[in-house]
Design a protein around this ligand. Sequence first.
Ligand code: GLC
Length: 522
Amino acid sequence: MTHSPDATPWWRSAVVYQIYPRSYQDTTGDGVGDLAGIARRLDHVVALGVDAIWISPFYPSPMRDFGYDVSDYCAVDPIFGTLTDFDDLVAAAHARGLKLLLDFVPSHTSDAHPWFRESRASRQSAKRDWYVWADPAPGGWPPNNWLSEFGGPAWSLDEATGQYWLHIYLREQPALNWRNPAVQAAMLDVMRFWFDRGVDGFRVDAVEHLVPSAALTDNPPDPAWRPGMQEARALQRAYTAHQPEVFDAARAMRRVARDYAPERLLIGEAYGTLAEVMAYYGGEGLDGFQLPFNFQLIFADWNAASIARMVEGYEAALPAGAWPNWVMGNHDRPRIAGRIGPAQARVAAMLLLTLRGTPTIYQGEELGMVDVPIPPGMVHDPMEKNAPGQGLGRDPVRTPIPWDEGSNAGFTTGVPWLPIGGAAPVSAQERDPESMLALYRRLTALRRAEPALSLGAYRTLSASDDVLVFERRHGARRLVVALNFSDAERPLGHRGAVLLSTRAGAPAAERLAPNEGRVMEG
Ligand code: GLC
């Protein structure tokens, strides 16, 4: 095993692309995407100019939470294919120079996992302590006030054994007890199973909830909560999220990744304050995750001043030597193009791909997809089913990719599991030099050609009058990015040669068009 620190590991200059396998490409006619479908669409991935794909879970699952309820960590659900399909996909991706990242779900299993079945069977079960069990509070109530992210208490009573099991998500997603060394060993072996099959890294799911407080202390109320908001937000997550042991767990996972050469990449999914997110880097030794996801763009007020403040705050908070990253959306959050509109979505694309740090594109962002309305009879997501009409449902952001003008947009020959729409199909966008897809391809190509964009230093030049201007510099090469957050023309002080504009036509030298973003020479 070599541990030689690589000066510039591949993931620093990389662009990551998230694939939600149910909605990428179906090859069997069952209306749900599969691994062979991803392999079939790798040409699109390569043409998009990304370096790595992260695939959301495809493991055997009862699909209560659409794959995030895993009943076998080391296999492929038949709906997605077989391990042979997986091996073929690894080979096909690597043959095209793409890295492959999987989703690792260590915080909870499905209640159908054999470990939970055994754990639940009796209090004396050898696996009882693999999950978090607690006695009822006086009166038979749940052990404490913790709430499930999906609504209701985070505890369900097992009547046969008289104890409650913890579930931070659905009752069908019992929380694993990471404090048990046997659980740690089993889960780290899951990572090795996939690393040995050739994967280049993992995105670690819901890691902030991996080790809730052992004292089971009540969470305090959150004064910011109002009726109509997600029920779980009524409480602060003081004793359920980001507990100290979580950061040790990140280090343990990283040690496994380090045992491989070249070292494998770990991305952490943890929603929290800036300080909480930074702690996942592992402190001064940077021995935690290489990339704890930075979700700020998902929640940012969309204006030049706020974005500038956010970027500077994030850059300043990074531990020495830590590498930044940026995310605008994923399978859990409303799509950016719907949130800020199609014209600003082009500005957002330029921002994502010109900031310092590894960007992650969520499938469909490259098409400018917006949330697709879901007719009541087609609702799948438990978030929507448990709190109908509150706008929490995630189905609208998980709809299939529209590939072409054929039936079901080329996604399936059967009945698609969710309605298809949200953007012009890939085939039409490929013919249109001004499409969102064409813009994304130009942006990734420019980023690849310009180390100033992929690796260079960042400096804000100005953020006023709705325009954010920043510099990226690598050695002698200096590029200037100017983004107009308004739908009116704006003066521009900088006159360098234009390398790329989000707007068609030759841009005027000293003015930014409405909603225009521009990359210029410095
Ligand atoms: C993560 C996933 C989300 C899932 C949850 C529980 O937040 O992104 O889709 O529901 O974890 O596993």
